[in-house]
Design a protein around this ligand. Structure first.
Ligand code: HEM
Ligand code: HEM
Length: 177
């Protein structure tokens, strides 16, 4: 298959890998905060988790704006239309899921009146009412939302590796330096 000529721009590439790393580390510390057996570790892991989650949220918003003003390079013509639609759908759902996870994580804490420190530098303001049901619902959505993220990432990374190693159409290089 003919490799595409164009790649994503350096800003889009930087934002992609920065988000990927931030999400990976945020997920690890989210899990540590839930399964840690000392209060100290839970606190530290949560501080790192919510700080990275917040940073990822801001970066994802910036990324969406960047993407809307800087269109993606065209996909190879030989790629079936169904695959192009599947890729666009997965990407859209990834953006949505990341935003939803950050918002539900925030509401889960804010609605029960917890201070939410970002790296010890400042606290996020509370913009939701104090409401136990809202907090618990949001926290449940946050907990279950992680599986939506894992499923989308499995599809996404699986597709990227399939294109790189099997189809060999240069798709991974579009998102590389
Ligand atoms: C896109 C960013 C985020 C991702 C991918 C993410 C993912 C996760 C994951 C995988 C867990 C472990 C859940 C479990 O196994 O029960 C978790 C827990 C948690 N996250 Fe996040 N999170 C994100 C952002 C945030 C933000 C911004 C906050 C707060 C401002 C937050 C607050 C929490 C809290 C309080 C917990 C532990 C309590 C619980 O829900 O069980 N998260 N998160
Ligand atoms: C947390 C991890 C990741 C997230 C959240 C993520 C998210 C995304 C999103 C939203 C896009 C669409 C960009 C756009 O057109 O707006 C994208 C593109 C891309 N991602 Fe990821 N990604 C992650 C990890 C990875 C990994 C590990 C790989 C490689 C193994 C990868 C390979 C690619 C490639 C090749 C593209 C460009 C696809 C194309 O040419 O249209 N991603 N990613």
């Amino acid at each position: 298959m003919q490799p595409p000529n164009e790649k994503f721009g350096p800003v889009a590439i930087f934002l992609h890998w920065f988000t990927a790393l931030a999400i990976l580390v945020a997920v690890i510390f989210g899990l540590v905060s839930v399964y840690a057996d000392s209060a100290e570790l839970t606190r530290t892991a949560l501080l790192i988790h919510q700080s990275l989650g917040f940073i990822a949220f801001v970066v994802v918003i910036f990324r969406i704006v960047w993407r809307m003003t800087h269109p993606a390079p065209p996909l190879p013509e030989a790629m079936p239309q169904s695959q192009k639609i599947a890729a666009a759908t997965t990407h859209g759902l990834l953006y949505l899921t990341l935003l939803a996870l950050a918002v539900t994580g925030y509401i889960g804490l804010a609605a029960r009146g917890r201070a939410i420190s970002i790296a010890g530098l400042f606290d996020l303001p509370r913009v939701v009412p104090l409401d136990r049901v809202l907090s618990v619902t949001s926290q449940n959505l946050h907990d279950y939302g992680q599986y939506v993220l894992y499923a989308l990432l499995a599809l996404h990374v699986g597709a990227a590796l399939y294109h790189h190693f099997v189809v060999k159409d240069g798709i991974l290089r579009r998102m590389w330096r």
